[in-house]
Design a protein around this ligand. Structure first.
Ligand code: GDP
Length: 361
């Protein structure tokens, strides 16, 4: 994997801000001239603050130029891709954000999984086609290099849908789990939720993106930065499109009766860490996409003798996923019923105890 350089703090107004101008450290000069291409997918239930966070992260409103791939249909998920070109100190980044509005809204999630998985596969398919064509020098890489998966702050960890979806895509894309709306819990609750989510990820063998360890000859600052990023996963984030006056400065934040939650304050939430992770590991995310996920896809295609993934195979996968989700839901329900019964039995026990006492008195 690539060697990373220490962070450059290019924006004195915001300590800890890592700009795109940091990218040339990671790649060849030629790519600097051409610009960088990166595709980020965001998935999560609606209302979790996905679009607000993306706008806060890249300080730009992405949505006016979006291209809608799937027609609006209330019962299924849509795929919306927006591309922006961001330039900092002469370095160009062509960033495509693929949003998935409607995910998790339908009662039956079969279609929403299917639409997203097909979209990911189609990008691999297109790349494979272009790669074997004549014009190999000008391939546009639309493969998904990273997926921010948004987890609700209101649940007690992962929902069955989260588990089933992450498992459905973990061999296809780099998943970065993100806890939405970090302003809705206390520090203690945040740590508890992060630990619980990590435990559940391990328990269900979900493969998320692992930041590579900094090499021993790496700069001490970079090693420390990597360590900090690793312990912050899953990143808990706050988004806002509003500028608010705080301590004499205008900051992006959310105003509450008791104070301001600042988006770019590392003490308030992990937005800056998430941005730093994305920028300092952009090349690694691309390499893992190429060497692991795309190779998986290619070898799967070879095994099938070049045949595309048939819809029949897809259906079997979907059925299995649904069964798994249903099973988890039932297990949760049984656990809740058992806990309720136990509580009732305890209450009955203590009632009869107090009854006996009363009789003696
Ligand atoms: P999306 O459907 O996931 O794209 O969600 P939106 O970005 O449209 O946000 C949904 C609502 O949540 C809006 O009213 C936002 O103002 C609000 N929101 C966004 N981010 C945050 C956050 O970090 N904390 C809180 N409390 N609310 C947020």
């Amino acid at each position: 994997m690539s060697k990373q350089q220490p962070t450059q703090f290019i924006n004195p107004e915001t300590p800890g801000y890592v700009g795109f101008a940091n990218l040339p450290n990671q790649v060849h000069r030629k790519s600097v001239r051409k610009g960088f291409e990166f595709t980020l997918m965001v998935v999560g239930e609606s209302g979790l603050g996905k679009s607000t966070l993306i706008n806060s992260l890249f300080l730009t409103d992405l949505y006016p130029e979006r291209i809608i791939y799937a027609e609006k249909n209330e019962r299924t998920v849509q795929i919306e891709a927006s591309t922006v070109e961001i330039e900092e100190q002469g370095v160009k980044l062509r960033l495509t954000v693929v949003d998935t509005p409607g995910y998790g809204d339908a009662i039956n999630c079969r279609d929403c999984f299917k639409t997203i998985i097909s979209y990911i596969d189609e990008q691999f398919e297109r790349y494979l086609h272009d790669e074997s064509g004549l014009n190999r020098r000008h391939i546009i890489d639309n493969r998904i290099h990273c997926c921010f998966y948004f987890i609700s702050p209101f649940g007690h960890g992962l929902k069955p849908l989260d588990v089933a979806f992450m498992k459905a895509i973990h061999n296809k894309v780099n998943i970065v789990p993100v806890i939405a709306k970090a302003d809705t819990f206390t520090l203690k609750e945040r740590e508890r939720l992060k630990k619980r989510i990590l435990d559940e990820i391990e328990e269900h063998n979900i493969k998320i993106y692992h930041l590579p360890d900094a090499e021993s000859d790496e700069d001490e600052d970079f090693k420390e930065q990597t360590r900090l990023l690793k312990v912050s996963i899953p990143f808990s984030v706050v988004g806002s499109n509003q500028l608010i006056e705080a301590k004499g400065k205008k900051v992006r934040g959310r105003l509450y009766p008791w104070g301001v939650v600042e988006v770019e304050n590392p003490e308030h939430n992990d937005v800056l860490k998430l941005r730093t992770m994305l920028i300092t590991h952009m090349q690694d995310l691309q390499e893992v996409t190429q060497d692991l996920h795309y190779e998986n896809f290619r070898s799967e295609r070879l095994k099938r003798g070049g045949r595309k993934v048939e819809s029949e195979d897809m259906n079997i996968d979907q059925i299995l996923l649904e069964k798994e989700t249903e099973l988890r839901r039932m297990q949760d329900m049984i656990a809740r019923m058992q806990a309720q019964m136990q509580m009732q039995m305890q209450m009955q026990g203590s009632d009869s105890d107090s009854g006996t006492l009363g009789h003696h008195v």
